[in-house]
Design a protein around this ligand. Structure first.
Ligand code: SF4
Length: 292
């Protein structure tokens, strides 16, 4: 059987994937807003244990087409380990379409383009990368461990290796004062990385994180739904991407938007303009609670 250790997180788009914990926890584990792996000490799991789980899944679940490698930054494990894992998955699941994982900027920094290309050929074709912000001050406050230029460098490395990136931006992360600068700088970084997927989430203080403590002491601005819409309008308006997919339909967003860029960009910007002009607009859902 699959032995999941502790709470397991996955992106919404991996809801129907087989989730394997290639690593436990996050090797970085410092981001101020992230409470996902604070109770876990990072380690890479034994390949033999994972092979047993894969054999079990092949016998019990049959036709697996998508596999997500948890936890926080499985890409940081040795390339030879990940290659052996991908080979085992290909043997076990003949109809496997893709393998994906979260990739922290720190993990992307240690993986070479050659290693990422080799792993892509073995099926690891998609990474989820939390950019969070393209603004250096905001990245520093979030303790992301990299500045905007390093974020661009590691994101472009993945692109060079032919790996698809699904990137996330945290709306509200700049507070009120830096809201517009955060939106513009985030668009600049996303444009430079040119990911296949871009999504936004609303930053929400989670218990037992430094952000939660800052919020308790009154040090975090909670932007209103209309301020968040205004920030998103700037971000979306400044994106210059060809053939990317944009989504802001995670439950922590007040306005569900989705479309291809640049084809649907004007329509989505117009929806935001309509909301900004009329906050009573039917598409706007400020009653949605944060962080669901
Ligand atoms: S790199 Fe990702 S998983 Fe690790 S602490 Fe930061 S946000 Fe959390």
């Amino acid at each position: 059987m699959i032995r999941h250790e502790g709470r397991v997180y996955r992106p919404p788009s991996e809801a129907d994937s087989l989730i394997l914990q290639a690593t436990i926890g996050c090797s970085y584990n410092e981001c101020a807003f992230c409470g996902m792996y604070r109770d876990k000490r990072f380690r890479v799991r034994k390949l033999e244990e994972l092979c047993e789980e894969i054999d079990w899944a092949a016998a019990e679940l049959g036709d697996v087409q998508k596999v997500f490698l948890a936890d926080g930054d499985a890409l940081v494990a040795k390339a030879s380990f990940l290659a052996a894992l991908c080979e085992k998955l290909r043997e076990a699941f003949p109809r496997l379409r893709r393998v994906s994982c979260y990739a922290s900027p720190q993990a992307l920094a240690v993986r070479s383009v050659e290693e990422m290309s080799m792993l892509r050929e073995l099926g690891l074709t998609l990474y989820y990368l939390g950019i969070e912000s393209g603004h250096d001050t905001v990245l520093e406050r979030l303790v992301k461990g990299v500045d905007a230029s390093e974020m661009i460098r590691v994101g472009q490395k993945a692109g060079e290796a032919g790996v698809k990136l699904s990137t996330m931006i945290l709306l509200g992360a700049g507070g009120r004062e830096l809201s517009q600068a955060h939106a513009r700088e985030s668009a600049r970084v996303v444009n430079a990385i040119a990911p296949r997927f871009v999504s936004t989430l609303v930053m929400t203080p989670v218990e037992d994180t430094p952000l939660w403590e800052q919020a308790r002491e009154g040090g975090v601005d909670e932007l209103s739904p209309i301020e968040l819409a205004c920030e998103l309008r700037t971000f979306l308006g400044e994106l210059e991407l060809e053939g990317s997919i944009f989504r802001s339909n995670h439950a922590s967003n007040y306005l569900a938007l989705a479309g291809s860029l640049p084809r649907d960009q004007a329509r989505m910007v117009a929806s935001l303009d309509a909301v900004l002009a009329d906050p009573e607009h039917a598409a706007f859902r400020p009653e949605w609670s944060r962080g669901l």
